[in-house]
Structure formats: structure tokens, C-alpha cells
Design a protein around this ligand. Structure first.
Ligand SMILES: Cc1cc2nc3c(=O)[nH]c(=O)nc-3n(C[C@H](O)[C@H](O)[C@H](O)COP(=O)(O)OP(=O)(O)OC[C@H]3O[C@@H](n4cnc5c(N)ncnc54)[C@H](O)[C@@H]3O)c2cc1C
Length: 522
């Protein structure tokens, strides 16, 4: 990663981040009050500790919550410790707030494009930013009901609010109270990696922890980093009406994705008016009145621009700080987090880890799936392997990019012969009817077989579509089998069946064709 955008949190940058988080004593709407009552009740009293827990879980994000719930459902004595808010990044600073805002941005884009469909956009169809943010809080409040503090206590989970730190190989301290465990799960997740850019901390900046608390739409916004978070939010704010720039140190966004897929996202951002700066470093920032003057450097050329806000999205770092892992003999490092084997065991046989704190793929579904593995392996002599999981992911730009399994380059690295079947979305009837014909379905199989190695889908609803490929992979259904699945017509998911049909056509050998013709001419 480029020099100007590397480096972990400096003290000043961390202070700037804290300053960006809103005042907890500020007046709140009914939705916000409900949300807080569910995720961090102000009158919560930690329970009296039991002598020892079967499973002690640190962190109540999607991983920790899933583990605590499933272990409790199976009769285990469970303690769950959360230092901040139940739901973790996903509910509070990640998936849910970003997807709520993306929905508003999509509505704005649909209104903008209404004439394409012969519809006139309603008069006064501008953005009501406070209403969009209020809707987001309402969405969070609704979803927070599933894992409310009271609800968790009701199913027998001993819920402790406070910062957990290990004090022995089998004990943790929270709020001055010592809790002993047979088995423990570290599910402390991740936090934003903060760029080390001269002047940035003094000028002030947003991260995913603070951007969803904005009170008004930024007139202009620089997004630093072109990974999933940067691309999703750059497109969102551009569609909402901010002048939006995105600076990315590499030649193309979304470095993990197939190049043609990433290029489509780049084109889509440009169409939405995002000013794209690839191969670009943010060299320095300085305050000039209310504006932030940013120096961008690309191929030795320097330009400056002034923006209201800067949002950093250069990556995530595992949240290992403050856990005192040394006291428990748990091996870790600041970059990769807690070290685990394929069964998610740490170097202390009593302690396991799951989710962002230990995994390369940092997604909610992966955090939950890994936590499920831990419950089996830690409490019930299971031998489930993390490497056996098949987990799709999606970047929720418009169009979306969804992926599951192996990329072509990974297959080649492993010397697996690979054949790809591609259907452009402009050959899928429903995509044409919807005016959403940008993108493709690509399914990779082991050459000479119908064994699916992986798939990439670029489409407006790629995140929904990828699930049927995942299902086929998990169930061991090959591409030949997918050709037999009758899809509702017309649906965009038919792109998958069309790719399967393309595979089936390759089975018609010249010999078979000859025999068939002779049979028909009888
Ligand atoms: C902007 C954004 C958008 C995202 N969008 C998506 C998406 O669309 N789809 C998707 O699958 N993923 C998405 N993600 C990723 C997803 O949010 C994470 O992968 C997921 O939340 C990880 O879950 P986790 O349980 O491992 O950790 P987290 O959700 O990070 O939760 C960890 C919890 O542990 C607590 N904790 C940490 N240290 C301690 C301690 N010492 N004591 C007590 N508690 C502690 C934290 O307060 C936190 O609540 C997004 C992330 C971001 C930032």
C-alpha cells in the first residue's frame, strides 16, 4: 500500500475520530431511543458472575451474537461481553446503515433516470437528508430488536457491558469483575485503518464510525480508498447530491475482484458524477477556513482541491488492542489479528476466535459462519474446518459485484484447469426489460467437468443472484444440474441458467450431433 495511506492510528488521528462521534447526551428521536434501549440500555446492571461459564464470548457483533445465541440454545452457560453497542460494526457502523443509505441513493438515481422509462419524476423530488438519516435509524432500531439486551438476558445469556481483558489462561476481567471460563471466543471484530497523511488529523475526517451520524449532506466529499466501502459510499454520496471525489492508490478499484468487473464499477461511478482519481496518493491536507485543501499526487503531478469532508476507507485492522492476550497465551499480531488454525483454535487450547479479528474475509456472513464453527468445535468435539466454508460476498454498488468460490487467477495459481461460461446481462430478457442490462454472469468450472469452482456476477441485483450459485456449490450440484433448474420467467437470475445452458451445449460432440442427425433422418 502506498506510503501516504498506510500506518495505523496515531494518537491524534484517534482523537479526531473520537471527536467525530456524536454526543451521547444529545436529544434523540423515538427510533433512536428504542435503538439505544436495545443495544446499550442506560440503566443496564451487569449480572452477578457464575463460578465458571461453558462459553465466554468477547464482542457482540454478528460473530459473538451468533455464538452466544447458539451455545445458549444448546444449554450452555454463556457470558457475553460488549464494550460498546450490541450488533457491532454490522448494525451500527457498517452493513445496515450503509445499505439503508444506499437504498435512498438508489431511489434518487431512479428518479433521475425516470424519463428513460417514460415516467416523469415527481415535482420537488429532491433529497430530504435528515429524513433519509432518520429512516436509517428506524431501520437499525427495527433490526436491533432481534438481539436486544433484554432479549439476550431472557434466553439466559449473562450479558456484561464493559471492556474485556484477559487476566489468566482461563479468566477475563470486565468492569473489575473476574469471569472464569471453560472455553472462550474472541469476536472483537475490526476497526478502521486510519491513514497517516500529514495534516489530516488536524483538518478532521470521517470514518464509517462517524459518517452515518452526519446531520447535513456534505456539499463536497473526498473518499480515500477504492475498496468496497469507498466505492459504495462514493457512489451513494454522489447520487445524494454531494460533489464527490474518490482517490485510490492503485490503477483500478476493488483489487480483489475480476478486472472487467472492477472496470464496470469504475464506469458506473464516473456516470454518477464521481470524480475518479486512480493511481493517486493524498499527499497532505490543510484547513482553509471551513474547507479542507487536499493535495493529490498522481504520476508526479500534483493538484489541489477543496472539500467540506474527507471520508477514509482504506481498510480495516483487527481489534486486538486492550485485550491483554499475552496473559492468556494467545498469539496475535497487529496486522493479521488473532492467529487461528483451520478449526479456529488459538495458541491457547481453551480459546477460539471468529470473524474480523482473525479472518482475511471480513464480512458479516463469514463472521457468523465462523462463530457457528466455534460453537461446534469448542463445546461439542466438532472438527469443522474454516477452509471448507463456501461464502459469497457482494459489493453493493450499482451495479453490484458478487462473488463466490475461486477466481480464475486462483485456479491458475493452483494449476487447476478452468473454463469460464459468461452471459452478458444484455442477453437476459428481464435485465433488458428493466433497463438494467449492464454486467455479466461468469461461472468457472474445472475444465472437462461441470464442477463449479466459483462465479462472479455483475448486475443490479448480483447479491441476490449469487446465492443460487452458492447453493449449487454447497449441495454439490454441477453446472449441468443448474441447466435443469427451471427459473421463473422473466427474471435476472435466468442469466445463471443461460450460463449453464452454454455449458450443456459444449456436451454436444460432433459424434453425438452426427448420430442425432442420422436418427432424425430415419
Ligand atoms: C461501512 C461498512 C459496510 C459493510 N458492509 C457489509 C456488507 O454489506 N456485508 C457484509 O457481509 N459485511 C459488511 N461489512 C463488514 C461487517 O460489518 C463485518 O465483517 C462484521 O461486522 C464483522 O463481525 P464481527 O462479529 O467479527 O465483529 P464486529 O462487528 O466488529 O463486532 C465486534 C464487537 O466487539 C466489541 N469489542 C471489541 N473489543 C472488545 C473488548 N475488548 N471487550 C468487549 N467488547 C469488545 C466491539 O465493540 C464490537 O461490538 C461492512 C463493514 C463496514 C465498515
Amino acid at each position: 500500500m502506498a506510503a501516504s495511506v498506510t500506518g495505523l492510528a496515531t494518537t491524534r488521528a484517534a482523537a479526531a475520530l473520537r471527536a467525530a462521534i456524536p454526543d451521547p447526551a444529545a436529544p434523540r428521536s423515538p427510533d433512536e431511543r428504542e435503538l439505544l434501549a436495545n443495544i446499550r440500555p442506560s440503566d443496564w446492571r451487569n449480572p452477578a458472575p457464575r463460578s465458571r461459564y461453558h462459553l465466554l464470548v468477547i464482542g457482540a457483533g454478528p460473530g459473538g451474537l451468533l455464538a452466544a445465541r447458539s451455545a445458549a440454545a444448546l444449554g450452555a452457560d454463556v457470558a457475553l461481553i460488549e464494550r460498546h453497542e450490541l450488533g457491532g460494526n454490522s448494525l451500527n457502523y457498517g452493513c445496515i446503515p450503509s445499505k439503508s443509505l444506499i437504498r435512498t441513493a438508489r431511489a434518487m438515481a431512479d428518479m433521475r433516470d425516470a424519463a428513460r422509462y417514460g415516467a416523469a419524476p415527481p415535482a420537488g423530488s429532491g433529497l430530504d437528508f435528515p429524513a433519509a438519516m432518520a429512516r436509517m435509524q428506524s431501520v437499525r432500531a427495527r433490526i436491533s430488536r432481534t438481539d436486544s439486551a433484554e432479549g439476550l438476558a431472557r434466553i439466559g445469556i449473562a450479558l456484561f457491558f464493559g471492556q474485556a481483558r484477559f487476566v489468566a489462561a482461563d479468566a477475563v476481567e470486565v468492569d473489575g469483575v473476574r469471569l472464569r471460563f471453560k472455553k472462550a471466543l474472541i469476536a472483537t471484530g475490526s476497526r478502521s485503518m486510519l491513514p497517516d497523511i500529514p495534516g489530516l488529523a488536524d483538518a478532521g475526517f470521517l470514518t464509517n464510525e462517524s459518517v452515518f451520524h452526519l446531520k447535513s449532506l456534505p456539499k463536497s466529499l473526498l473518499v480515500i480508498g477504492g475498496g468496497p466501502l469507498g466505492c459504495e459510499l462514493a457512489q451513494t454520496f454522489a447520487r445524494l447530491g454531494s460533489r464527490t471525489l474518490i482517490a485510490h492508490a492503485e490503477p483500478l478499484f476493488l483489487p480483489r475482484e475480476e478486472r472487467d468487473a472492477a472496470q464496470m464499477v469504475s464506469d458506473a461511478l464516473a456516470r454518477d458524477g464521481v470524480e475518479i482519481h486512480l493511481n493517486t496518493l493524498v499527499a497532505q491536507v490543510r484547513l482553509d477556513g471551513a474547507g479542507k485543501v487536499v493535495e493529490l499526487v498522481s504520476a508526479g503531478n500534483s493538484t489541489t482541491t477543496t472539500v467540506d469532508h474527507i471520508l477514509t476507507g482504506i481498510g480495516r485492522v483487527p481489534a486486538v488492542h486492550g485485550l491483554n492476550l499475552e496473559a492468556a497465551g494467545v498469539a496475535y499480531d497487529a496486522e493479521n489479528g488473532v492467529h487461528v488454525d483451520d478449526f479456529l483454535r488459538t495458541s491457547n487450547p481453551r480459546i477460539y476466535a471468529a470473524g474480523d479479528v482473525c479472518l482475511e474475509h471480513q464480512y458479516t456472513n463469514t463472521a457468523a459462519a465462523s462463530a457457528r464453527i466455534v460453537v461446534r468445535n469448542a463445546l461439542f468435539l466438532g472438527a469443522k474446518r474454516m477452509s471448507a466454508l463456501i461464502a459469497p460476498w457482494c459489493t453493493y454498488t450499482d451495479p453490484e459485484i458478487a462473488h463466490v468460490g475461486m477466481y480464475v487467477r486462483q485456479a491458475r495459481q493452483q494449476r487447476i484447469p478452468v473454463k469460464t461460461f459468461t452471459i452478458p446481462m444484455h442477453e437476459v430478457d428481464r435485465a433488458i426489460a428493466d433497463g438494467e442490462d449492464e454486467g455479466f454472469v461468469k461461472i468457472n468450472v474445472r475444465e472437462g467437468t461441470d464442477h463449479i469452482l466459483g462465479a462472479t456476477i455483475v448486475a443490479r441485483h448480483a447479491g441476490e443472484m449469487i446465492n443460487s450459485v452458492s447453493l449449487a456449490m454447497v449441495a454439490g450440484i454441477g453446472l449441468r444440474g443448474l441447466a435443469d433448474v427451471i427459473h421463473a420467467y422473466p427474471t435476472q437470475g435466468e442469466g445463471i441458467r443461460q450460463a449453464a445452458d452454454a455449458y450443456v451445449r459444449t456436451l454436444v460432440s460432433p459424434l453425438l450431433l452426427g448420430l442425432s442427425r442420422r436418427w432424425l433422418r430415419r
